[in-house]
Write a protein that binds this ligand. Sequence first.
Ligand code: SF4
Length: 113
Amino acid sequence: MKKMICITCPTGCEMEVLCDGNKITVAGNRCPRGAAYAESEIKDPRRTVTAVIHSANGKFQSVRTNKPLPRPLIPGLLNTILQKVYPEFEPGAVIISDIEGTGVDLIATGPAR
Ligand code: SF4
């Protein structure tokens, strides 16, 4: 039995998740999205990554992934992007496409400042 809080909406349901082989049973969720969240957290946890990268001329630029990225890939992505200096990108521009073949892109979210 694992306790988990659903972060899909502000309600924050406290759930109890029981894994029995491939079968996952969820209790405490107020809607089906909680069960889907719990299953995703057990089988394929993902997060949207936000960060600030170094841009030319000593500026910084905010970035994020356009979709949640598998958690095991997040440290590698951060190590890569935090050690480089990038040119300035227009907000919304794709900085890295299809990260590790996941179909997830890293995009600029604001102007370099
Ligand atoms: S289970 Fe449903 S109601 Fe509860 S936090 Fe998740 S999305 Fe919100």
